[in-house]
Design a protein around this ligand. Structure first.
Ligand code: ADP
Length: 301
């Protein structure tokens, strides 16, 4: 899978505030990543650094395999890291026309992107008449005008009502389904769970977890398996009545049961189907609990 962004030992200090502590992760094409952490955990700082608006203290990052410089790379990135800001007395269409003029984009993209964010029927309304959710959707349309490889969003649903939140989440999923890689920052576990395929969990600037969202939230725990013939393994698992989902992670197969299964029973089931396991580990995940506690602490502040 193509790498869009590599972050290696990135570190940021604001005076004596250590905002980001030696973090490393990779963004692969086609996935939806959520940087998840309570307020103050370093999410915006991380996004600011990779977008070249915050200076790193040490470490490095490289866009698109390091084949082009950051300035060129950022032309292939669509980002919304601040509250949407457009001219209030101009219509949505006129505002996007201005963006097209600045970036040298064909006007025909405007209607395509307005349709994607469900604002085409309101294209001739003035920006100041828009609700917060509509403003946010217009910002997404604007960031997509040049068909970026990756869309970056910082707390995309902050301040929105439940209907607005749902709309934004559906639109993000729709954009991802069209092949655009997405990286968003959120303090909501629920949001990352609903929208993202992968998560990077931060606490006080440190990475607690990097990996698939399924593995992060698996209540029953999950098995990591490996055999000499993973295809036969996958076929056998697919017909097991208590297995909800299987996933590949490098040369390992991750197995998510919908009810607790004993390792021995799973091994016997596979052995009866002629499959010998080279590697089997049951992983229990306490991250969800940990995270709920973290965010609970934060919201009672
Ligand atoms: P998050 O996006 O997860 O809420 P931030 O990246 O905004 O976290 O902040 C991480 C830490 O860095 C916090 O302690 C915050 O107060 C501090 N911080 C962020 N921006 C600045 C700044 N410009 N100057 C000093 N401290 C900052």
């Amino acid at each position: 899978m193509e790498t869009i962004l590599s972050i290696n030992n990135l570190d940021k200090k604001y005076g004596n505030v250590h905002a980001v502590k030696n973090i490393s992760f990779e963004i692969k094409k086609g996935n939806v990543y959520g940087i998840l952490g309570p307020n103050g955990s370093g999410k915006s700082t991380t996004l600011g650094i990779i977008l070249n608006v915050v200076n790193k203290t040490s470490g490095n990052y490289s866009w698109f395999g390091g084949t082009i410089n950051t300035h060129e790379a950022l032309k292939k990135v669509g980002a919304i890291i601040e509250r949407p800001n457009f001219y209030p007395y101009m219509t949505a269409y006129q505002n996007l026309k201005l963006v097209c003029d600045i970036k040298g984009i064909n006007y025909r993209k405007i209607e395509e992107k307005l349709e994607l964010v469900e604002l085409l029927d309101r294209k001739d309304s003035k920006f100041r008449t828009y609700s917060l959710g509509m403003k946010q959707r217009l910002a997404i349309a604007s960031a997509l005008l040049n068909d970026p490889e990756i869309l970056i969003l910082d707390e995309p649903t902050n301040g929105l009502d439940p209907q607005g939140i749902r709309q934004i989440r559906d639109i993000i999923k729709q954009i991802a389904s069209l092949g655009t890689t997405i990286l968003l920052a959120s303090h909501l576990l629920d949001e990352v769970e609903k929208v993202c395929s992968h998560a990077i969990v931060l606490r006080k600037g440190e990475i607690l977890y990097v990996g698939s969202v399924n593995a992060m939230t698996a209540n029953e725990g999950f098995f990591e398996l490996q055999t000499d013939n993973n295809n036969a393994l996958k076929e056998a698992l697919a017909v097991h009545p208590d297995i909800e989902k299987i996933e590949e992670s490098g040369d390992k197969i991750l197995v998510y049961p919908n009810t607790p299964i004993e390792g021995g029973a799973l091994n016997r089931y596979l052995f009866d189907k002629g499959i010998c396991i080279n590697h089997m580990v049951l992983k229990q995940n306490s991250l969800e609990e940990q995270f709920i506690q973290l965010t609970a602490k934060k919201s009672s502040n």
